[in-house]
Design a protein around this ligand. Sequence first.
Ligand SMILES: [Mg+2]
Length: 290
Amino acid sequence: MLPLEISVYKSYLETAAPKLAKPKGDPWKVDFDVLLKHYGSFLFDGWGTLYSKDIVYPGVLEKMAKLRSEGKNIRLITNAAGRSATQIRDDLRKMGLDFDIHEIISSGSLLKVLNESVGLKEAYYLGGSAGMEFLEEAGIKAVSEPLEPTVILSGIVASDAEIEQAAKVLSLPNSRVLVLNPDVYAPNPDGEKIPVTGAIAAALKERTNCQLLFCGKPFPLIFQVALRSLIPSTESVIMIGDTLGTDIAGAAIAGIDSALVVGRNVLEEDLRDDIYELGVSPNYVLPTPW
Ligand SMILES: [Mg+2]
């Protein structure tokens, strides 16, 4: 992991689960068929695990067909907060991935729940236009100079002008950022890592000392919503993802098993160091293509 990933993901763990037990032993390298045999419900990360941008990874469609034919429960739990569940479903279909709306849990959809305790009416919104749906659901108006100095950060690569406006809003006392996608980096289809909202939030905090509030992995709410949706089949659940600090840390906090797809966000040769640095480990490792 890059130094920024380690420091940001460590800060998430300190906030969400300061007493999480340290991992014992190395994860098992397994074939996907082993997981298929032993688990009944599969929570999948999207970007970096099933697809990158709009390209589905080799072998994924076959694995999904197998899961479907064996009647497994499948959920996509994604930090792609800038898009509505309907848009995510339609984008997935274009790639050949068939998910029903109830099988897609997006971190953006949790804004409504988060705002029940925060009580925001207005905010400066940095995110895609489709993600506006989540603000409307939560009863929040998007304005450039909100009454309360609050920024909502969703899945977007922001322009310099937008970052400057966000920093201006956050320069006032008691400012805060609601981060709907805690990811620090996302791998491009060519493998290059690009900084995303978790990195932008960390930079805004550094600059303005604003408070950060999060929706999405690794924070517990998204996992609670996913597990609740599986009732009555909440046993033998596994999370499969490519990011140690969100997918795997989140699964550990939620108390469920996990498998890390290596070779994308985490390189196999870095895995031991990354586990040691972060203090979380998957139960299994899936080599790519998994
Ligand atoms: Mg991912």
